[in-house]
Design a protein around this ligand. Structure first.
Ligand code: NDP
Ligand code: 8X3
Length: 256
């Protein structure tokens, strides 16, 4: 096992869902955490909870990953005690809408592309040079089953997750020989705030996405992420697809 005790884990989108579960799971490993998201008050509450429970050092960063200058300033501004990031979890992401492409909303597209692709790139560009210089580190991108199969009306969201898949592969090629690992953890249907965000706050519509079968919970994905991060240094889990037992593909879900 690769010990994460006192190692620094930087998680984007730690204010909710999978990112928040990753924060809990890495805290339980004794890691020191940098928690980033726009809703800093949620991060502060989480930091208090985790410090009480596990006692790790936690740094909260109010950060919009779509803002390249803010991302660069946040990472380059880390003090020496926080700069040696061991694991980067590129988790911040969202879907907006479920429309035919020719009827889609440009604002929804921009938000998904700016967050899921460009935001992941900005954070990676800021963090990875330090990993390369230290000759160690691990980038874990949260992709999706939507990056493997396009589903009806998923067009642009799926395109962003196909892009994440390509970026994970490209990064693995670029970092070969540096000692830095690159993993893509690709979840299927996981009950979080994801669908509430997709449907612009329509909780009833969002709730229906998870009805009639047993979806994953975000802790299931955090468990997979920590598994990948704690393999011996010689092991790189390239890609892990994790779906509910009731889900066979993006379009085949066994609903009772
Ligand atoms: P949630 O909506 O519960 O969490 C999304 C997180 O991303 C929040 O913490 C949010 O924080 C953060 N975020 C969104 N936009 C930004 C931004 N511009 N800057 C910084 N942080 C941002 O959804 P999930 O936990 O489900 O989603 C996490 C990841 O998992 C996403 O990449 C998603 O695509 C992926 N995924 C989810 C699946 C699912 O079924 N739920 C399945 C497959 C993949 P804040 O709003 O505070 O900034
Ligand atoms: C999230 C999974 O199928 O809801 O990436 O798009 S899905």
């Amino acid at each position: 096992m690769y010990s994460l005790r006192d190692r620094i884990v930087f998680i984007t989108g730690a204010s909710s869902g999978i990112g928040q579960s990753c924060a809990r799971a890495f805290a339980a490993q004794g890691a020191r955490l940098v928690l980033a998201a726009r809703r800093a008050e949620r991060l502060e509450r989480l930091a208090v909870e985790l410090k009480t429970e596990h006692g790790p050092d936690i740094l909260v960063l109010k950060l919009d990953v779509r803002d390249p200058e803010a991302v660069e300033a946040a990472v380059s501004g880390l003090t020496a005690e926080w700069a040696a990031i061991e694991v980067l979890v590129n988790n911040a992401g969202l879907s907006r809408g479920l429309d035919k492409l020719h009827e889609g909303k440009l604002q929804d597209w921009d938000e998904m592309i700016d967050t899921n692709i460009k935001g992941l790139l900005y954070v990676s560009r800021a963090v990875i040079p330090g990993m390369v210089a230290r000759g160690r580190g691990h980038v874990i991108n949260i992709g999706s089953i939507a990056g493997h199969e396009v589903y009806p009306l998923g067009n642009v969201y799926c395109a962003t997750k196909f892009a994440v898949k390509a970026l994970s592969k490209g990064l693995r090629l670029d970092l070969n020989g540096t000692g830095v690992r690159v993993t893509s953890v690709d979840p299927g249907l996981t009950e979080t705030e994801f669908s509430v965000v997709r449907f612009h706050g329509d909780a009833d519509r969002a709730g229906k996405v998870y009805q009639g079968y047993t979806p994953l919970v975000p802790d299931d994905i955090a468990d997979a992420v920590v598994y990948c991060a704690t393999r011996p240094a010689r092991v790189n889990v390239s890609e892990m697809i994790v779906m509910p037992t009731d889900q066979a593909s993006t379009t085949v879900v066994h609903r009772k």
